[in-house]
Design a protein around this ligand. Structure first.
Ligand code: CP
Length: 310
């Protein structure tokens, strides 16, 4: 069974094909399923963009969607994620889109060949967020048409960010120059293979083609850290202010996976500024997720068309 749980083992050729397929869907490309296809969405952690855009993508691909409310599911009675997925598989679902707080929730199920349903990672704790990664790559590719040599700064709450991990690994693989900035205590050595840490954002910003900001994830900080966190201080030291943006290249773009803490990571006015691609990222998310789901349907032999992704 093919799954989409991270993009780390994907070749640059496959990644570019997925970006191109996302663009084809954006241009109106349609696929036809050979039989009714059923997708289940299981969001154990909060979500607006990922959940809604997977739902849109599933609908646009002609799937029937079981959109489960995990707060009222039998997981609340102690049923495990594995048994929940086995149950949905027994009911006849073909694809499960899952967001869960546990890093690597998918690992045992991917290794277990009795799972014939396809697992899609909608974000695992502070692990990976591969569908966000694809929509981010799509947005960067639309702007520049290449990755090699682009300077991309990922700035903010790196330690808790699954987006930072997925994006840094893939951008490095595609030949971009990746830089990290933000509070030193939120940087860890696991990022070192993928790019360079520059604490002073004012030094970094001048060289960037992409200024990618991360949300400060107060829900993942311990109580003491939340008490000590000063939004204004963070904004002054690491936030994208209007004055800082003036130091960046005129063609530099601003990205943020959202939700945005306006006035913390970024000056609120800059969210809708001409250099911002934040809402474009969200729009692209539907097409990137169509590409992910269609590539799985293709692998499962459920499409009339041959997408030729692998
Ligand atoms: N970017 C992102 O994953 O947003 P949601 O948490 O709203 O899905």
């Amino acid at each position: 069974t093919k799954h989409f749980v991270d993009m780390n083992s994907d070749s640059p050729t496959k990644i570019v094909k997925l970006i191109q397929l996302s663009e084809q869907f954006k241009a109106g490309f349609k696929v036809n399923v050979k039989r009714p296809v059923y997708a289940a969405n299981l969001f154990f952690e909060n979500s607006t963009r990922t959940h809604a855009s997977f739902y849109m993508a599933e609908q646009r691909l002609g799937m029937t969607v079981l959109d489960l409310n995990m707060a009222t599911s039998s997981t609340q009675k102690g049923e495990s994620l594995e048994d929940t997925v086995k149950t949905l598989q027994a009911l006849g679902t073909d694809i499960e889109v899952i967001r869960h707080s546990q890093n690597g929730w998918y690992e045992a199920m991917v290794a277990d060949k009795s799972f014939t349903t396809s697992l899609v990672n909608g974000g695992d704790g502070s692990g990976q967020h591969p569908s966000q990664c694809l929509l981010d790559l799509m947005t960067i590719y639309e702007e520049f048409s290449y990755f090699k040599g682009l300077s991309i700064g990922i700035i903010g709450d790196l330690a808790h960010s699954r987006v930072a991990k997925s994006d840094a690994q893939l951008l490095h693989k595609l030949g971009a120059n990746v830089y990290f900035s933000g509070p030193k205590e939120w940087y860890d050595e696991s990022f070192t293979p993928y790019g360079q840490y520059v604490e002073n954002i004012d030094e970094l910003i001048e060289k960037l083609d992409v200024v990618m900001l991360l949300r400060v994830q107060l829900e993942r900080l311990n109580t003491n850290s939340v008490k000590q966190f000063k939004a204004l201080d963070y904004h002054t030291q690491f936030g994208l202010t209007k004055a800082r943006l003036k130091k960046a290249k005129q063609q530099a773009i601003i990205m943020h996976p959202a939700p945005v803490n306006r006035g913390v990571e970024i000056d609120s006015d800059l969210v809708e500024s001409p250099q911002s691609r934040i809402f474009k990222q969200m729009a692209n998310g539907v097409f990137a997720r169509m590409a992910i789901l269609a590539s799985l349907l293709d692998e499962k032999g459920l499409l009339q068309e041959d997408l030729n992704i692998d």
